[in-house]
Each structure stands twice: as structure tokens, then as C-alpha cells.
Design a protein around this ligand. Sequence first.
Ligand SMILES: *Cc1c(COP(=O)(O)O)cnc(C)c1O
Length: 316
Amino acid sequence: MAILSTLQTLHHPLFNKHNVRVEIKRDDIIHPIISGNKWRKLKYNLQHVQQKQEFNGVLSFGGCYSNHIHALAFACFEQNIPCVGIIRGEAAYADNFTLSWAKHWGMTLYFVDRKTYRCRHDSDYLAELQQQFPHYFIIPEGGSNKRAITGVSEVITELTQQTEFDTLITPVGSGGTLAGLIAGDALNNITHNILGIAVLKNAGYLENEIKSLLPIAAKTHSKWQLLTQFHRGGYAKFSPTDASRILEFSKITEVNFEPVYSGKMILAFLDLLEQGYFSSGERIVLLHTGGMQGLGGMIERGLLSTEDWSMPKRVD
Ligand SMILES: *Cc1c(COP(=O)(O)O)cnc(C)c1O
């Protein structure tokens, strides 16, 4: 299989101090716009839509700054598939960085209140949407479904050709990516330590969601873990110290991160390293899941400054 993203070695004084080897899988640069795990998750979903003549388009769900919505809009634009985004929030958000691009690429946006959005997994609500958008293929929030697991599992298949490693670390939102990595291990008959860093508060419930996404062959994987103590206050929350630690790490390693997912993984990784969590000689791979478009919305809202963070490129 063709390797889709590069693997690169990272250098940092702390890695020498703790005697660990650290590599990073650059899924953030897998595509100029459809970044990281969203590219992996959409791959087989959109292939399915293209192969079946029956579909009129794709419908999915997301928040106002959703990386998934942004990625889906561009992927559908590229493949000429009509798409609809059911967005949590008010229409006033339609002009923000994320959604203005989604619109620009042709996604039709429907804004729903929080109460309606909460029904996004309910069969009644989904049936109603299906009626409103006949023959649209419905992809769950974050893109996390069975086909997404297959797409993400290819990260492991690629890694087995690129390196040998003990431990793989990924950020966790809905858990689809973590499930895909566990599935990838099963597919390749390997058992790595796979650490998922939950970016949401009270993420313990995800453990069952992740298990339910696993194919049967992966259900016996015994070396994966969801770490729930590194959320730093909750989804998209971070302190000025958190932000400057991420920036400092970027400066030393020359790889950029954002503070919602990939940067939170880095902070957790640094904390674990300083706590002596890893063994001497341990070979670690970090999965850079991308998400840099999210910086656009945070800079726009004044949560980050352009002195330190660069606005994502506006590419047509
Ligand atoms: C969506 C996203 C995640 C979370 O992935 P899940 O499969 O939902 O756990 C992690 N990193 C980035 C950059 C994302 O956009």
C-alpha cells in the first residue's frame, strides 16, 4: 500500500534526558486542506457514496468551528458531491473562518439549536432528516463510523512499513480515531501501547463508545488506554501557560500544533514524560491529527494572537 503521510523524527532535550525516541506521523500534511484524521475518516465514506449510484449527496453534523465540517465540505467540493451540514448554533456563525469556507466550497448549512442538535444520533431525528434530504448518505458527527475505522486503521499499516515502535499517542474527541488505530493493530497482528488523550472533560463514557466501534478482531486488544486527566478544563479550553508550552515545543521541534487536539496531546505527552511514565529506550510515535484550520476561528475570536500563531492559509 502507498504511504500517505510522512514519519519524521523529533528532537528535544527532554527526549535525551528521558532516553526516548520520538517520531511523529504527519497526517496534518496529508492534504493541503482536508487535514489529518478527517481525511482518513472520510476516505472510504466518500468512496462508498461515489460507488453507489443511489446517493444524491452527503449530510453530516458539527459545531461552528468543526474540523470535520471544514474537511467534509472541501472533500465533497473536490469530488463534486452535494453536501449538507447540520450545524449546532446560530446563523450568525455562518461568516466565521470555518463555516465561510464550508459555504464557499458549496456546503449547504442548516443551523439548529442545542436541543435539536442533541438528537443527532436518534433514529427518529435521522429518519426525519433522511426524508428532508432523500438519498443523502448520513455521516455521524466527527465522521466516526465503521468506514472511518477502516480509513484510520491504515495509519498502522503505513507505520509498520515506516518504523518499529512501542507506543502510539493520539488525541481523542469522539474516539473514532483511537478505535481505528486499535483496529489497525489487529489488522496487522501487532499489539502496540496505544494511548488516547481525551480533550473533553468527563470523557470516561467514551471508553464504551470506542469499544462499540471496534471490529470483532480488535476487541481483544489489551494495550490501549484512554487517558481522561489531560483535558485542561474541557473542550477547546487551555490556559496561557498551556498555549506557550505548545508554542515552545513547536519552536524546538519545528512542527506546528493547535491547542484543541494536537497541542493538547503534546501537553499530555510532555507531562507523562516529566512524570517518568515512559521506559528508558521506549520508541514513541505521536499522531499529528491536523486540525490547523481551527486556529482561524480562535484568532478571529481573539483567543490567540497572530504574533504567535499563524492564520491558516486561505486556499481555494
Ligand atoms: C476530530 C479531530 C480529532 C478527534 O478525532 P476523533 O476520531 O473524533 O476522536 C483529533 N484531532 C483533530 C485535529 C481533529 O480534527
